[in-house]
Design a protein around this ligand. Structure first.
Ligand code: BGC
Length: 496
């Protein structure tokens, strides 16, 4: 066989292997229906009292009402999320609008990765950033009054990791996700840890009055900015029902009837009802859906990533198939596998010879995948450049074709799976049937849903294929709700 014939044969083999791999990422309507009904089951199990390992976490947030946009006040908010820490001052104007000043910092790699990092290191860092923000943006708040005291300030703290919340302003960390692994924080009250460090840095006038999650923040912000809107001219009501995040991680929340939240103490429910409250926002922590892998589609790459590379093996398995932190890592694992089977990148004879970045877990970001997804040039030039830039990796045209097919399959699965919790919550709450022609709004935030090309339309497509059907899908408005973590924390702090 000549060299070029050999080459052709490898190409054909590569493309047929890639087809097989892509098949493994397909999620069809039947799977969507199966996952949706299992999701509802898991929500119900999670709302029951007892064994917290059963079902979804379904964490009561102690938020019992939706803002209507008339809220007013100036508050501080701190937000520890996927890759950044933000401190903000938020002015709620009471007319659905707000003003926000903020200091945003990328979380230093050593806090994420180094062994021996403690809670004090992390929360000390957050306190120092808070001080830096006040010094830069609000020096007046650091000047003592004539009695030598500083003006008391209320702060809302958005902490976007699974928390066992015990009241509006207390909760213990269940486990880290999204890269952190500081052991001594698990099981501790994160408000106490942060409050203590604020004190150490001379900021004891700050009182953290509310602890919340980015998904709750996104929901509340969406309610504040949109309100229950009467669709202009049509007489139809469009109601905010879900808040969700599709970014580094993924999660969602919704309002649940107090009567259905069996795990809330009866006494608390009774006293809330006395105050006229009959619902509470539930942080589902849907990243943890089906950690037992009874129904989630699983490829060998998902298993490897979870077991060999992720910081929390066995947990957040839904997130590991859906969120931005994992999309690039799935592609990297497939490429390394195809290389080991001698189907691509054959200029590198052994695994050791592969470019360092291709061997490094989590080095391929979802931004690179976004560029690959939409390259429609005849030579797939954008993909060529992206691989050169991000991984220092030259590619041939057939390799690029294979890479694009893989990226599209991986992200389509992510968007299709993303429809499952949305369909399940809408089914469980009956939100689409509440009013004749009633429509629902879903406040979304996160880099994937906001920026990944086609993600929202793939998600919509999956909603139409899901048990909601095309009629249900048409009643859903996916709205990007930005700055949810900051504004939402301020809204929580306001009601505290
Ligand atoms: C966390 C959630 C968070 C989500 C989105 C997940 O990893 O467990 O608490 O809401 O990421 O940031």
């Amino acid at each position: 066989m000549s060299f070029s014939e050999l080459h052709k044969e490898t190409e054909t083999q590569l493309l047929s292997e890639v087809d097989k791999i892509c098949e493994g990422f397909v999620v069809g309507p039947e799977k969507l229906a199966e996952l949706t009904s299992y999701f509802i089951e898991q929500m119900e199990a999670g709302l029951k009292a007892g064994d917290s390992e059963l079902g979804l976490p379904m964490i009561p947030s102690y938020v019992t009402g939706k803002p209507d946009g008339t809220e007013q006040g100036v508050l501080l908010a701190a937000d520890l999320g996927g890759s950044n820490f933000r401190v903000c001052s938020v002015t709620l104007n009471g007319d659905h609008t707000f003003k926000m000043e903020q200091l945003k910092t990328r979380i230093p790699q050593e806090l994420l990765e180094e062994q021996g990092v403690t809670s004090d290191d992390l929360f000390g860092y957050l306190a120092r950033r808070t001080k830096a923000f006040l010094t830069r943006n609000h020096p007046e708040l650091l000047r003592p009054d004539s009695n030598g005291a500083l003006q008391p300030l209320k702060m809302g703290f958005t902490f976007s990791y699974p928390i066992a919340q015990t009241s509006l302003n207390s909760g213990t960390l269940i486990r880290w996700t999204k890269g952190f692994s500081i052991k001594d924080t698990v099981g501790k009250d994160v408000v106490e840890l942060f409050q203590e460090q604020l004190k150490n840095y001379g900021l004891d006038m700050i009182n953290i009055v509310a602890l919340t999650n980015d998904t709750i923040g996104t929901f509340l912000t969406h309610c504040y900015t949109s309100g229950t809107a009467l669709q202009a001219g049509s007489g139809e009501i469009s109601e905010p029902v879900i808040g969700c995040i599709f970014g580094t991680g993924t999660n969602g929340c919704y309002m649940e009837k107090l009567d259905n939240i069996e795990k809330l103490p009866a006494k608390l429910k009774a006293s809330l009802k006395k105050e006229g409250k009959d619902e509470m926002c539930i942080n589902t922590e849907w990243g943890s859906f089906d950690n037992e892998l009874k129904h989630l589609p699983t490829t060998c790459y998902d298993t490897d990533i979870d077991q060999k590379f992720s910081p929390n093996p066995g947990f957040h398995l839904f997130e590991k198939r859906v969120s931005g932190m994992y999309l690039g890592e799935i592609l990297r694992n497939v490429l390394v596998d195809l290389h080991s089977r001698k189907l691509l990148l054959q200029q590198y004879r052994t695994h050791d010879q592969l470019p360092h970045r291709l061997k490094t877990p989590f080095e391929l970001s979802s931004e690179v995948l976004a560029r690959i997804e939409i390259d429609d040039s005849t030579t797939l030039r954008e993909i060529e450049l992206s691989f050169l830039q991000s991984l220092r990796l030259p590619t041939t045209y057939p390799e690029r074709k294979a890479i694009q097919a893989l990226v599209r399959a991986i992200t389509r699965r992510s968007a299709y799976l993303a429809s499952v919790p949305i369909a399940a919550i809408l089914k469980k709450t009956g939100a689409l049937e509440k009013r004749y022609h009633g429509e629902v709004e879903i406040g979304c935030d996160g880099s994937v849903v906001e920026y990944y090309p086609g993600f929202r339309s793939m998600l919509r497509h999956a909603l139409a294929l899901s048990p909601l059907g095309p009629e249900g899908e048409r009643k859903i408005h996916l709205r990007i709700s930005k700055d949810g973590s900051g504004v939402g924390a301020a809204l929580c702090a306001l009601v505290a």
